[in-house]
Design a protein around this ligand. Structure first.
Ligand SMILES: Cc1cc2nc3c(=O)[nH]c(=O)nc-3n(C[C@H](O)[C@H](O)[C@H](O)COP(=O)(O)OP(=O)(O)OC[C@H]3O[C@@H](n4cnc5c(N)ncnc54)[C@H](O)[C@@H]3O)c2cc1C
Length: 413
């Protein structure tokens, strides 16, 4: 382990340690505790449990028949985990590994070391900020990611400015536009370097026609302008034209990366496509005793997908605690124009549906799964696949996988 820390004080023992109290970690903890696992502890570095939904003041969470806002959903999941018997500790950051399933952490009570029989990494994902996207220009105030914007508006009630440009045109970008409007500011434009919005036609039309938000496609931010405070963004269109939009807020949305520091410091095998820990359909990582769930595996799916994985991993964790062997699986890869798939290892016992991303728009693509030139599965997607939107693949074919064979490949036929 690259970042092994010195053990701080006495080592405390739990049965399962979950890192991250978002939908994935809370769902795993609730299911484990409800099924009778005794010492289940969840750590979160934030002061409040719930993960990203804490600051998503809009709807779109919870069961279809009983929709909830993000904060209500976060409270529901937290209560469920606590009622089931899990201990949820906030303001505690997991720092590093002190053994194969031992972590060092620091919180209000100072440093501590926790050894677990199983660890579940549920550390989520973050949007890449302006610096990581190599956007030229000055470094003025008024530049946010969606998460930063939502926290400023919904958690801290801060004033953000009056005219915003939202960069991106996927679900999270439209959520950012809603937050800007909720804060009393105007959305001057949404900008995407792709040829179309990556949301349902209804969502895109509503923003354009009812909310009057122009969508500029095939364009990217070329420069941020302003001394002290942002005063404009300069766009470059694919045909070489430039446009200057006057604004005092720029929100960089989407472009998620897994919060994978702990996985990396623990030398867990990372998947080249998702850049999160590689896992099989039982959410086993490359390290026996360590599981991973939620957005750290696939930045970033819906909260329901994250919670479903948490619950699914709980069953695998329980089997591990009763002595089941650690499966290895074979690699599961994709070929262009597909970008990544998660889970990205496969065993014949896997049942969890797969999520994928494409780099280009594909009209009702036919997905083909092969191993060593043997066709395992072929199916046509029901809808057009767009970049930054979920494409799903059933796991109905996994029993045909040869556990001793070569990598399994998913291609577009
Ligand atoms: C702006 C926005 C809007 C969204 N809107 C919707 C929507 O309408 N509907 C929907 O279904 N989904 C939505 N999503 C997606 C949804 O929020 C995610 O799928 C979900 O939160 C993922 O859950 P998670 O538990 O994997 O990660 P997260 O919710 O990101 O939780 C991870 C937690 O881990 C903690 N953590 C990380 N590292 C450490 C560490 N070292 N020590 C301790 N704690 C740590 C973090 O503090 C965080 O609380 C939205 C996402 C965003 C960003």
């Amino acid at each position: 382990m690259s970042g092994l820390r010195e053990v701080a004080g006495a080592v405390r023992h739990v049965d399962v340690l979950v890192v991250g109290a978002g939908p994935a970690g809370l769902a795993a903890a609730a299911r484990l505790a409800a099924a009778g696992t005794r010492r289940v502890e969840v750590l979160d570095r934030e002061q409040q449990a719930g993960g990203v939904p804490r600051h998503c003041a809009h709807g779109g969470f919870g069961p279809w028949l009983h929709p909830l806002t993000g904060p209500a959903y976060a409270r529901l999941l937290t209560r469920a985990a606590v009622r089931a018997g899990a201990v949820v500790r906030t303001g505690v950051t997991a720092l590093d590994w002190a053994g194969p399933s031992t972590l060092t952490a620091v919180g209000r009570g100072g440093p501590e070391t926790i050894e677990a029989r199983a660890v579940v990494l549920a550390t989520g994902a973050r949007e890449r900020p302006r610096t990581a996207r190599l956007v030229p220009g000055t470094r003025p105030a008024g530049v946010y990611t969606t998460g930063e914007l939502q926290q400023a508006v919904h958690l801290y009630g801060q004033r953000i400015g009056s005219r915003a440009v939202v960069i991106g045109a996927e679900e999270v970008s439209y959520a950012a536009a809603d937050t800007v409007r909720a804060a009393g500011a105007e959305v001057v434009a949404m900008v995407t370097d792709l040829p179309q919005a990556q949301v349902s036609p209804g969502r895109a039309l509503n923003a354009r026609l009812r909310q009057g938000i122009p969508l500029l496609t095939d364009a990217m931010v070329d420069e941020l302008v302003g001394r002290g405070r942002l005063s404009a963004v300069r766009l470059r269109h694919h045909d070489g034209r430039t446009t200057v939009l006057r604004c005092d807020i720029a929100v960089f949305t989407g472009d998620f990366v897994p919060e994978r520091e702990l996985a990396r410091r623990g030398d867990l095998v990372l998947d080249a496509g998702t850049r999160g820990p590689a896992v099989d359909g039982g959410l086993h990582t490359s390290r026996p005793g360590v599981f991973a769930v939620g957005s750290v595996l696939h930045p970033a799916e819906s909260a329901a997908t994250a919670a479903r994985e948490g619950a699914h991993a709980a069953d695998a964790v329980r089997r591990r605690l009763t002595g089941d062997a650690w499966p290895t699986g074979v690699p599961l890869t994709v070929a262009a124009p597909l970008r990544w798939i998660a889970p990205n290892r496969v065993t014949p016992a896997d049942e969890l549906p797969y999520v994928l991303r494409t780099t280009i728009s594909l009209h009702r693509p036919v997905l083909q799964v092969t191993q060593d030139d043997r066709l395992l599965h072929r199916s046509r997607s029901l809808r057009t696949a767009l970049p930054n939107r979920t494409v799903t693949l059933t796991a109905s074919w996994t029993h045909r996988v040869d556990a001793g064979g070569g990598p399994v490949r998913v291609t577009v036929a």
